[in-house]
Design a protein around this ligand. Structure first.
Ligand code: ZN
Ligand code: ZN
Length: 151
C-alpha cells in the first residue's frame, strides 16, 4: 500500500499564517458579539447561575474536600514510598507522620503549596536528592540544631 500524502496537514502547514490570521480577525470582529452573548446569558440567568454554584458547592462540600484530601494523601504516600518509606533517623514507617526533610539546612524558603511541592518531587526524581524522608519528631528536632536531638 502506497503512502498517501496528508493533504489536510499539508494545507494547514502551507497556510499556517493565513489560518492564524483568519482566526484572529474573526475573534476581533466578533469580540463584542461574543462578550455580549456571554454577558447577556449571565445577566438573565444570574440567580439561576449563582444558585447552581451555591447548591453544587453546598451539596458536595464534604465530598469535594474529602476527595482532595484523599488525593493529597495518595500522592504523598506514593512519594514517600518511592523515597524509602521510612524515617531515615528512627526508622518509623507510618507514612502519615512522615515528612520530607531538606537535607542541607535551608534558610526560610518559599516552597509554595505543599501539594505542588510534592507533585514536583514526584515528577522529577532528580530533584529528590536534596530531600530525605523523616518523621515529624526527628524533623522538628533537627530543625532546632543541625541533627536530630532525640536519636
Ligand atoms: Zn524519626
Ligand atoms: Zn531522630
Amino acid at each position: 500500500m502506497g503512502r498517501r500524502p496528508n493533504y489536510h496537514k499539508e494545507y494547514q502547514e502551507l497556510n499556517k499564517e493565513k489560518i492564524k490570521e483568519y482566526g484572529k480577525q474573526y475573534r476581533l470582529k466578533n469580540k463584542e458579539k461574543i462578550l455580549e452573548q456571554q454577558g447577556k446569558y449571565r445577566k438573565e440567568n444570574r440567580d439561576k447561575v449563582n444558585e447552581y454554584y451555591r447548591n453544587y458547592t453546598k451539596q458536595n462540600k464534604k465530598h469535594i474536600s474529602k476527595r482532595n484530601r484523599e488525593r493529597d494523601y495518595d500522592i504523598k504516600k506514593q512519594l514517600i514510598n518511592e523515597m524509602g518509606g521510612k524515617c531515615v533517623c528512627c526508622g518509623l514507617t507510618s507514612w502519615w507522620i512522615l515528612t520530607l526533610d531538606h537535607i542541607k539546612p535551608v534558610k526560610k524558603q518559599r516552597r509554595g503549596q505543599y501539594r505542588t511541592f510534592i507533585l514536583k518531587l514526584l515528577n522529577n526524581p532528580n530533584m529528590r536528592k536534596d530531600f530525605q524522608v523523616m518523621c515529624y519528631g526527628c524533623n522538628n528536632s533537627k530543625n532546632i540544631g543541625d541533627k536530630c536531638l532525640i536519636h
